[in-house]
Design a protein around this ligand. Sequence first.
Ligand SMILES: Cc1ncc(COP(=O)(O)O)c(C=O)c1O
Length: 452
Amino acid sequence: MKKTTLAQSARNKLISHILSKKSTSTADKPSIASRAATNVAPRTSVSDIPEAYVRFDQHPAYEQMLVSKAVSTRLGLQNPFFKMHDGSASASTLIDGREYLNFASYNYLGMAGHPKINQAAKDAIDRYGTTVSASRLVAGERPIQRELENALADVYGVDDCVVFVSGHATNVSTIGHLFGPRDLVVHDSLIHNSVLMGIQLSGAARRSFAHNDMQDLERILSEVRTQFERVLIVVEGVYSMDGDIADLPTLIELKRRYKAFLMVDEAHSLGILGQKGFGLHEYYDVDGREVDIWMGTLSKTLASCGGYICGDRALVEHLKYAAPGFVYSVGIAPPLAAASIEALALMKAEPERVTRLQHNCASFLSMLKNQGLATGYAQGHALVPVMTGGSIQAVSLSNALYEEGIHVQPIIYPGVEEKAARLRFFLSAEHDEAQLEHTVQVLTQTMKRIGK
Ligand SMILES: Cc1ncc(COP(=O)(O)O)c(C=O)c1O
């Protein structure tokens, strides 16, 4: 009895010590309410505030968007975005009753719409319903949520995992919560928007290194590491706009030497790299515990919706009790968790899907290169860009291919720099050689015809 009381008192002391400790992440961030807006001349009365400040149709970013749309219409360009599909998109897709070859979905292993995955989702609905209706912290959990997290932690060979309801929100909330104004985040220059938003939220300093340039990363670390408390290096396993991969062994060496954390976004690597599709660490045969934060999404290979962080016990427990995007958001819906569990099981049971995807990517890239097309940094993993030289060229080429029955999206400014505008082809294990050959042939002819 006495022992229990002593243990409780020690625990209470520890808790109050932790609570009284000044946090360098959240507590030090400037409160929005406590500061005046920067660069805004104060007005003497509310009546002086212009109408534009209470109208969304006069928001400068919206007006800019309307100008771009008007220019496109003037140039006779159809809007290539928000096309309405019927059914689930695979190697082909149905739009307005016509079948198109599809290179615009992240259905890497052909899991979208797979009957076993659909059935798993339906079974989960029958047992648990479509939603868990609240945050897991407050309302409790369902076994399938933990089952998914355990299966993902196994892929990386790490202690644990936490699943968020959005891949984008996973990066925003994790980086935004773990780092603060005394910290630095160093990221690849082509890193995904969700990482940039997370850094902005964190209030940490930010430095970007030239794409995949380890010397540039080392230069930054050697110049500034000592000026910060924690330093996070963020890269993508496979880069989402280019299809090339991060140099994991060098990153691990640098993060150790400069006492930094390493975070790898595996959105386009899970199911893509390694014989089993386990991602960047399998590709390089590196122990998953060498990386501090593995991030990924459920929306690509895993046929669902949501994001995850895998890592050591303390990292995952911390996020589960404190990351705003987990604590103050609903838990992953049962059918979505069930779909990803089944997709992961299928990936393990049918590694030939991974082999087929890898074959398709390498084969497609080499066909494009044989035609002398510019494919940027592509190394033949998951996706391949075809550079067009500008946004207008990218949109008109995408539209011309659509007329020919090929659905591939343009990536234009501000998604990439104007001169780096491109078509981005997502490959799938479901594409066959004839479809790929046909696409390269039509692409080459169309580029010649419209002078791109
Ligand atoms: C590299 C990368 N990270 C994160 C995300 C966000 O994932 P989600 O679309 O599942 O929210 C994406 C989305 O495409 C991505 O490409």
